[in-house]
Design a protein around this ligand. Structure first.
Ligand code: ADP
Ligand code: DAR
Length: 377
């Protein structure tokens, strides 16, 4: 397996495209053309609002040691003018090298200033979390996920096919060594039948394909090399390799027992972290491909039916905002609700501890269920 020092020179795509030290004339031309198109558009993305002429001039020549350029980070937002954010880090160094662009985005999305610092990891007291809906009236299922980046590798836009295979190999070796409730099976996406793949997606276990924002971010190169899913016998513990992030570690089960799901995630992450070194930053915590996932990287969600509250979506969104909850459809990001099922999760991941993230979801859903019950009377 290639050593971390060799890996950086292996990022041939970025190196070839940009050469050594500074961005190539071709990249500079693409940046100027993209900036002109963006400036003349009615986009309301954070990229549009924070990529000023001054920021572009400060960042356009720069490259990270992986060879990533500003173009590698903003290409998705230049192509998808309807992006909310429009920016991904092409490798972990981008948050520092292109901080003039990333810092204002991080501040606005996470309400996290340049002077703020992510607290050290604190999974808290799991015993304080129980079942949100013991009678099963509202909550169909609970899921908690976090993201992890393996040290020495870039993110998708700058990864080589060898990088994907290295990460898959490291991830598979660690996951296959887990025991007890966490023991399970790894299935590479390469060779997976379309029927099996679609069933796993429909059952909410496997990631979807073809997200246009990720496509434009160069997140699907060498697909399906290095991508795959690990899950235990009951599919209550799962890990995605090389989808959006190097690892997405998740636990889930039917019903509203947040304590059970969270406890299993904490156990799994701690076991995995005994065997792989993940990238963390003193200020931003765990680093991820997308800036929306920085810090704890925790998204704790319930699939829930709140038939009275969801009749008025404007009011529903105001309530969700009050409890720092994000509303997604039942099929995950960019999906609409079907059968009145909503995916409600903590919006905040950075500037608070892991326990505070899960508690924010727990308390918010508790309040929404109380409000639903009162509205039904
Ligand atoms: P992520 O959570 O990794 O940001 P998505 O929002 O796209 O990604 O969700 C990924 C998959 O997880 C989707 O199939 C989605 O339906 C499923 N999912 C998310 N939350 C829950 C939940 N509470 N119960 C069951 N499935 C869930
Ligand atoms: N749709 C893209 C990404 C937003 C965050 N979602 C992730 N990372 N899956 C946007 O810029 O709006």
């Amino acid at each position: 397996m290639a050593k971390a020092s060799q890996l950086k020179s292996k990022c041939m795509k970025c190196e070839e495209k940009c050469g050594k030290g500074k961005a190539s004339p071709e990249v500079l031309n693409q940046l100027e053309a993209g900036f002109a198109k963006l400036s003349n558009s009615d986009s309301v993305s954070m990229l549009k609002r924070f990529l000023t002429r001054e920021v572009l001039d400060k960042c356009k020549q720069k490259k990270t040691s992986f060879g990533s350029t500003l173009l590698d980070c903003i290409q998705s937002g230049l192509e998808n003018l309807d992006s909310g954010i429009g920016v991904y880090a092409a490798d972990p160094e981008c948050y520092e090298v292109f901080n003039e662009l990333f810092d204002p985005i991080i501040e606005e999305y996470h309400n996290f200033k340049k002077t703020d610092k992510q607290p050290t990891t604190d999974w808290g007291n799991v015993g304080l979390l129980g079942n949100l809906d013991p009678k099963g009236e509202f909550v169909l299922s609970t899921r908690v996920r976090c993201c992890r980046t393996i040290k020495g590798y870039p993110f998708n836009p700058c990864m080589t096919e060898e990088n994907y295979k290295d990460i898959e190999s490291q991830g598979q070796n660690v996951l296959n060594s887990l025991s007890g409730e966490l023991s399970g099976t790894y299935i590479p996406l390469k060779g997976m039948s379309k029927d099996v793949q679609q069933t796993l997606i429909n059952d909410h276990y496997l990631f979807k394909e073809g997200d246009r924002f990720l496509q434009a971010a160069n997140a699907f190169r060498y697909w399906p090399a290095g991508r795959g899913i690990f899950f235990n016998k009951n599919k209550t513990f799962l890990v995605w390799l090389c989808e959006e992030d190097h690892l997405r570690i998740m636990t889930m089960q039917p019903g509203g027992n947040v304590g059970d799901v969270y406890n299993r995630l904490v156990t799994a992450v701690n076991e995995i972290q005994k065997k792989i070194t993940f990238v963390t930053d003193r200020r931003l915590g765990y680093l991820t491909f997308c800036p929306t996932n920085l810090g704890t990287t925790i998204r704790a969600s319930v699939h829930i039916k709140l038939p009275t509250l969801s009749k008025n979506m404007d009011q529903f969104k105001i309530l969700a905002d009050k409890y720092h909850l994000q509303i997604r459809g039942g099929a995950g990001e960019h999906s609409d609700s079907a059968d009145g099922i909503y995916d409600l999760s903590n919006k905040r991941r950075l500037g608070l501890t892991e326990f505070q993230c899960i508690k924010q979801m727990y308390d918010g859903i508790t309040e929404l269920i109380k409000t639903e019950k009162a509205a039904k009377r």
